[in-house]
Design a protein around this ligand. Sequence first.
Ligand code: HEC
Length: 193
Amino acid sequence: MRARSIIILLAVLSVFSISCAKSSSEPTKNIYRSTGTVKSIDRSTAKVTIDHKDIPGYMTAMEMAFAVARPEMLDGLMPGDVVAFELERSGSTSTITKIDKTGETIAGSEIYKTHCAVCHGENGGGEKRGIPLISGHALAHNEEEYIKQVENGSPGKMLPFRDKLSPDEIRAVVKYVREEMQKGIDRNAGHKH
Ligand code: HEC
């Protein structure tokens, strides 16, 4: 009985030491992931400035220039592109090792934050000066009606964005409201008027 428990103990210890040895022999590479909007590109120094979201475990959202591992990684990137990227940190330097366009060319979420959140609230709850976009009759209207609303506004209530935002930007912000903000919300809960 006693011998058996010693054997079990030894077995446990050896597994433990193997796993310790394995992890300590690997170089410590810290990889972080986030998304953001490309602000500018400097091909001569292989740097890209990204207005990025929080980089979990590393830094909060901010606009910052990052070096990329290879200059070719910047091929095809343009300011305004929305990107998902991977950042490798060793010591005090961090380098982007992977960067991909997410397919959006204009970040609807950024337009929303800049132009709409002041009235409709950060998450569309309408807690500021606007009406909610995630409940009530806002749910019942279709995409074209949203585009018209943003283009034309409502006299005395919401300013028109026709001259402030391009048609593509209006489409992008409407897409963001309808596909991200209202995601999972039952449209039938809204009522038309
Ligand atoms: C100055 C405050 C203000 C700003 C800025 C603003 N809105 Fe509005 N919005 C309103 C108000 C107030 C209404 C309700 C208008 C009405 O009752 O006719 C409204 C209505 C709407 C509606 C129609 C909702 C419904 O129930 O039919 C949509 C969609 C909308 N806004 C989207 C946006 C978007 C997208 C932006 C940013 C590009 C924006 N708004 C910016 C105040 C604002």
